[in-house]
Every structure is written in structure tokens, then in C-alpha cells.
Design a protein. Structure first.
Ligand code: CO
Length: 500
């Protein structure tokens, strides 16, 4: 073994130690959301906080910095090893920018802000949240300066969730959303509306649960490397690619919630199960960005899970499980009902088109706050004006308006745009998959999802962070992310559904 190979091996084992601790935290978090008894919450918070401190100390150890700096000069490393060194060094240097004082201050502001948000939400009063959110915005602006940026301060925050993404690119994407999607949704709203009253009957919970498992199985989710449980908010968590778990929520009076949370989380989980197990803990064994992660969930949820071929194979089974409720509902009507477009106040309930207006509003507000063009006190008014402008809705209360999301109280500025990026990447990737895979939709219609999963594994999952998001997109589709793929997908689908 050369000296460099020995150094690389040491680096790998050090970085995997950090991953071990982080995944142990993930197990505790998973348990907290699924099975933790009520009285266990306090001691659990302490355990998680202790482990988080240990993970942080391990990850900023000077020894790792030395190894990375030596390896960074090497000219004999393989491409994959070189990427792992480069990405790890980038992460390492980023962590070094945070002083201990800043980290302590940020954590204090975050917990204050979260408490204030909870209170404000239950009192339905933004003013309770305002002073803490002001502190949060101030510290986030400080964070932008501390991290540094080339073009726009908001880039520094975006980079934490979507490495390499630029505010200027988002401006282009959302100006396309604004100029193309707003009018199209308006056109849809003027057509005869689709009915879905049958979806709000009583649906036996056990049958729903069973159906959800069948859908996951059909997608290719590996139950020997994961499991599904119930939680209040559905999520996916990974403890390494051989143990990737999903949760779902079952509403006995609404069939939609379980079905699309299963497919959505299933898409996230397939990505995590498809990461290289031998690259555990290394950048090439990790998901690329939140936008790319979301592209995997949205592709399954919308491009596949809300398509006609998908329900051609799955609807007969659903009708069999709920024969009373669905006996009068044709496949065609069912398909249309799962694709209803209707402006609504709450982001998490939005359809796949108007969803992006919710994100655009949050992006515009966040950006203006970071630029210092608006103040926290302006948020409710601006929020309500934008909901009127883009969605033609009057916001009746802060609770149904600017207090609905947890993100700002957590300090997650720069996070929202990744949701839209996910859908736009999904549309572009799916367009390419249809080109690359012979009769893809025929396979889906037959319940054979394997060709699509193989394509995703080969083109996306196996790479981890080998490419950045833009390189990956170019590698797969030959061009950078473009809104036109989403718009074409939307037009083709919804013109049919709404007879336009
Ligand atoms: Co998601």
C-alpha cells in the first residue's frame, strides 16, 4: 500500500465514525417519532444533544483536516476518491467558519424562535412570533457574511441545502413559474371542475395500510432493508443504505393522504437504498442535495403515481379493497380526481401545480428579508397580498397564512426552494426516462416498475455526490435544469383532465 492509500484509508475510517454517530442519532430520532413513550421525551432530547456534540467534535478534529489537506494535494487518487476528499474538505472548511460563540447563539435563538412560533400559532397571532423571528433573521444575515458568497447573500443559505445553487438561477425559474403557470392555473379554474367527493368516505385503516405496503413493494422498496411505521408527519430516514425506513399517516376519512405519502416517501427511500453501501459515510455514498432527493420522491409521487398507467394496474386492487366506496367510480374519474387543481391556503395540502406558488411566495419573502428590503413586521401584509395576487385567495388568519410552516422558526432559510427544484428536476428526469426506456408506460401499466428503478439507480442513485446537481442534470439530460419540462408535462396532463 502506498502512503496515500494508507492516508485515504485512515480518512475513510475517521469519516465513517462520524457517520456512525450521526446514524445513531437518526435511530433515536426515528424512535422519537414512532414509538417513544410520553415520559421518555426529556431524557431523549438530552441523549440526542450529547451525541450531536460528539459528532460535531469528531467531524472538526484537526486530524481530519490534516488528512484532507495532504490528500487534497495528491495526484494519484482515483476520480471517486478525489471527489470524496474534495467534498469532505469543503464541508470541513465550512464547519471551521463557525465560531463556538456563533453556534451557541444560533442554537439559543433557534429554540426561542421555535417556542415562540408554537405559541403564536396556537394563539393565531403573528405578533407573538415577531420579536424572535427578528433575532433569527438578524443571525441568518450574519451567517451569510460568515459563510461568504459570490453573488448574493441568500446563496450562502441555499448552499446548505442545495450546494452550488444560485439565487440568480432561482429568479429565472420562478419568473417562468410566474409568467407561465399562473395563467395556466387560471385557465384551469375557468373550466368545469373535477369531482372527488367519494374520496372523503370512511376507509378501513387496516386495508389502507395493506394497500400502502403493496404499493411500496411494487415500486421495488426492499423490506429486508427497511420497514414502514406510523407517525404524525410522514418521513424517510436512513441508517445506511441497508436500513432505510419510511413512515406514513392514515386518515380513516381520506384515502389520498396515505396513498401519496407512501409513494412520496417510497421515492425518497428508493434513493437512499440505491446509494453505494461500500461508500457508507463518504460523500459518494450520500444523497446529493435536498432538491435531488425531492426529485426522487416527486417523480414517483406525481409523474408515476398520478398517471393513468399507474392506476390502470392499481385501481382494480383498490376497488377490490374498498368495493362499497368505489364501486360507482370509474378509473377515468378516479384518475381525474387524484389530479384536481385548486388554489388553497395551506402549502402541504396543495396540488402539484399551485404548490409552486406557495414556494414562490416563501422564496420572495425570504430573499427580501435577507436582502434587508423588507422587515419581519412586513411579513403578514406581504404574505396576504401575494396569496391574493398568485392564488386569488384571501388569507383569513395568520395561522392559515404566514404561521403555517415550521421552517423559519427552525432557521431553515433557503430550504423552501428545494421543494420546487425537486418537481422541476423530476419532470426533466422523467422526460428523459421515457426517451431512454423502451415502452416505459407500458411497463408501468403492467405493474412492472423495475425498468424505471433500474434507470434511476444507474443514472442517479449510484453516484451519490460524485456530480453536483447541475452536472448530474447535464449528464442525464444533456442540459441544465429548465422549467420547460415541468410546464410541458403540466400542459399535456391537465389539458386532457380539464378539457382545455
Ligand atoms: Co419529500
Amino acid at each position: 500500500m502506498t502512503t496515500e492509500q494508507t492516508l485515504y484509508k485512515t480518512f475513510k475510517s475517521k469519516i465513517q465514525e462520524v457517520a456512525d454517530v450521526n446514524h445513531a442519532i437518526a435511530v433515536l430520532n426515528w424512535d422519537q417519532e414512532t414509538y417513544l413513550p410520553q415520559k421518555g421525551a426529556k431524557i431523549r432530547a438530552q441523549q440526542i444533544s450529547t451525541l450531536a456534540g460528539i459528532a460535531h467534535t469528531l467531524s472538526i478534529a484537526p486530524e481530519i483536516g490534516d488528512l484532507l489537506n495532504k490528500l487534497g494535494k495528491s495526484e494519484t487518487l482515483s476520480d471517486w476518491d478525489r471527489i470524496n476528499v474534495k467534498e469532505s474538505l469543503r464541508e470541513y472548511e465550512k464547519k471551521q467558519k463557525y465560531s463556538k460563540e456563533f453556534v451557541v447563539k444560533l442554537s439559543a435563538v433557534t429554540s426561542e424562535c421555535y417556542q415562540a412560533w408554537m405559541k403564536a400559532r396556537s394563539a393565531n397571532d403573528f405578533q407573538i412570533f415577531r420579536p424572535s423571528l427578528e433575532k433569527m433573521v438578524a443571525i441568518k444575515r450574519e451567517e451569510c457574511e460568515l459563510l461568504g458568497y459570490e453573488e448574493h447573500p441568500y446563496d450562502a443559505l441555499l448552499d446548505q441545502y442545495e450546494p452550488g445553487a444560485k439565487t440568480s438561477e432561482l429568479n429565472v425559474l420562478f419568473s417562468d413559474v410566474h409568467s407561465q403557470l399562473v395563467d395556466f392555473v387560471k385557465e384551469i379554474s375557468e373550466q368545469e371542475q373535477v369531482k372527488d367527493s367519494w374520496m372523503y368516505q370512511a376507509f378501513n385503516k387496516d386495508s389502507q395500510w395493506k394497500f400502502g405496503l403493496e404499493l411500496l413493494e411494487q415500486m421495488g422498496y426492499d423490506f429486508k432493508a427497511g420497514r414502514q411505521d406510523i407517525s404524525e408527519h410522514p418521513f424517510t430516514t436512513s441508517f445506511g443504505s441497508s436500513d432505510v425506513r419510511v413512515t406514513t399517516r392514515i386518515n380513516p376519512n381520506n384515502l389520498y393522504e396515505m396513498i401519496w405519502s407512501c409513494i412520496h416517501e417510497g421515492g425518497h427511500a428508493l434513493y437512499e437504498q440505491g446509494l453505494k453501501s461500500e461508500d457508507y459515510g463518504l460523500p459518494t455514498g450520500m444523497y446529493l442535495s435536498l432538491g435531488i432527493h425531492e426529485s426522487q420522491s416527486r417523480l414517483w409521487e406525481n409523474n408515476v403515481g398520478r398517471s393513468l398507467p399507474y392506476w390502470q394496474v392499481n385501481y382494480p386492487r383498490l376497488q377490490q379493497l374498498f368495493s362499497e366506496q368505489l364501486k360507482q367510480v370509474s378509473l377515468e374519474d378516479f384518475y381525474k380526481s387524484v389530479n384536481i387543481v385548486k388554489p388553497s391556503l395551506i402549502r402541504t395540502n396543495a396540488d402539484e401545480l399551485t404548490y409552486h406558488f406557495h414556494i414562490m411566495i416563501r422564496f420572495e419573502i425570504e430573499k427580501a428579508l435577507i436582502e434587508g428590503k423588507i422587515t419581519v413586521a412586513d411579513i403578514p401584509t406581504i404574505w396576504n397580498e401575494k396569496y391574493k395576487e398568485y392564488l386569488n385567495l384571501d388569507v383569513p388568519s395568520d395561522k392559515q397564512g404566514c404561521l403555517q410552516d415550521i421552517h423559519w422558526s427552525h432557521g431553515s432559510f433557503g430550504y423552501f426552494p428545494t421543494y420546487s427544484l425537486g418537481s422541476f428536476y423530476a419532470a426533466q428526469f422523467y422526460h428523459q426516462a421515457v426517451k431512454d426506456i423502451d415502452s416505459l408506460e407500458k411497463h408501468i401499466e403492467n405493474g412492472n416498475m423495475q425498468p424505471l428503478l433500474d434507470w434511476l439507480r444507474k443514472n442517479i442513485h449510484q453516484y451519490g455526490r460524485f456530480f453536483n446537481a447541475d452536472e448530474l442534470c447535464q449528464h442525464i439530460t444533456g442540459e441544465s435544469l429548465s422549467f420547460k419540462y415541468f410546464m410541458n408535462y403540466a400542459k399535456t396532463k391537465y389539458k386532457y383532465i380539464y378539457n382545455i
